[in-house]
Design a protein around this ligand. Structure first.
Ligand SMILES: Nc1nc2c(ncn2[C@@H]2O[C@H](COP(=O)(O)OP(=O)(O)O)[C@@H](O)[C@H]2O)c(=O)[nH]1
Ligand SMILES: [Mg+2]
Ligand SMILES: [Zn+2]
Length: 295
């Protein structure tokens, strides 16, 4: 039986990518009885209902690796967190908050520094350095000049990725540079909805040659730090891991405690100061939330 990936679901139609074509499928009736759901991103087996196989029926869902809630898509492997070197100025507080969410969701992470055509090489590397030190893979791109697109394509290959990052950093422009056929609208945000004009409310997988997919709805748009408590926050900053072993207290929150290995590493220049500052801001946010909920 043929197997393919659901790339779009819309009012009872499931569009299944199969080789170079897309098959318009319905669900076998028993799915409703068994309360089984089929999500964008799922691998399914299906039967064709016409000789040309334009239409089909989904017979079964293959085991799901992961299931992300926002966007609601199955089998996402990786988050590509995109920031611009300039225009808009990099918002490192937001970047660090997105990274914490991504770490908590245990996806692979790639940081993409876009618009490197607008700054010096020195400035781009200065931005990248703390994140490379923290162990993140960082790539530099310019959607406009076409730099770094090959590398980005390699990083997307054979994976399902979600693009995350504030509006205006070049998410759509990068997708267009990867797949000119997509012709996504760039640079225009509707004043009424705050969304790009072509932003669909239904998640869709866009195929990137030679064999990756990108989810077209921006992920991690609502950053509520769900399910992260004060004691787990530090573990979501990878570069805190080794220095934490030097903290005197096993419950150290790397804040006001004496003999804190993390604070010592900041003083020694081994951890970027802004990363620790942003950690403290998130710690405060979570503390306040826990207090409001009466924990
Ligand atoms: N100079 C420069 N401008 C870019 C680059 N990538 C995108 N832009 C511009 O930045 C603006 C926002 O890009 P867009 O792709 O719509 O951002 P999105 O909101 O993240 O999807 C547009 O005017 C793009 O032309 C780049 O690498 N360099
Ligand atoms: Mg866009
Ligand atoms: Zn500490």
């Amino acid at each position: 039986m043929p197997e393919g990936r659901v790339i779009k679901a819309y009012s009872g139609h499931y569009y299944v990518s199969y080789g170079d074509t897309v098959v318009d499928c319905k669900l076998r009736g028993r799915f409703r009885k068994e309360d089984k759901d089929v999500l964008v991103g799922d691998m399914v087996s299906f039967t064709c209902t016409d000789p040309g196989c334009m239409y089909g029926v989904i017979e079964d869902v293959l085991p799901r690796k992961t299931r992300l809630l926002r966007p609601l898509v199955a089998n996402i492997d990786q988050a590509v967190v995109i920031i611009a070197c300039s225009e808009p100025e990099p918002d490192l507080e937001l970047l660090d908050k997105i990274l914490v969410q991504v770490e908590a969701s245990s996806l692979e992470v790639l940081i993409c520094l876009n618009k490197i055509d607008l700054v010096s090489r020195y400035a781009a590397d200065k931005l990248a350095k703390p994140y490379r030190l923290a162990g993140y893979k960082v790539i530099k791109t310019s959607a406009r000049a076409g730099w770094g697109i090959k590398r980005l394509r390699r990083e997307l290959s054979e994976k399902i990725s979600v693009f995350a990052g504030p509006s205006g950093v070049g998410k759509s422009a990068l997708l267009n540079a990867l797949e000119p056929g997509l012709r996504l609208q760039t640079g225009e945000v509707s004043a009424k909805t705050g969304r790009g004009r072509h932003t669909t409310r239904h998640a869709e997988l866009l195929k990137i040659q030679p064999g990756g997919y990108v989810v077209d709805t921006p992920g991690f748009s609502k950053l509520e730090l769900d399910g992260i408590d004060t004691t787990s926050l530090g573990y979501l900053f990878p570069e805190f891991g080794v220095p934490t072993q030097n903290c005197r207290f096993s419950t150290c929150l790397h804040h006001k405690e004496p003999e804190c290995g993390v604070k010592e590493a900041v003083s020694a220049g081994e951890i970027a100061k802004h990363r620790h500052d942003n950690y403290l801001k998130l710690l405060l946010e979570i503390t306040e939330r826990e207090r409001r909920r009466g924990k």
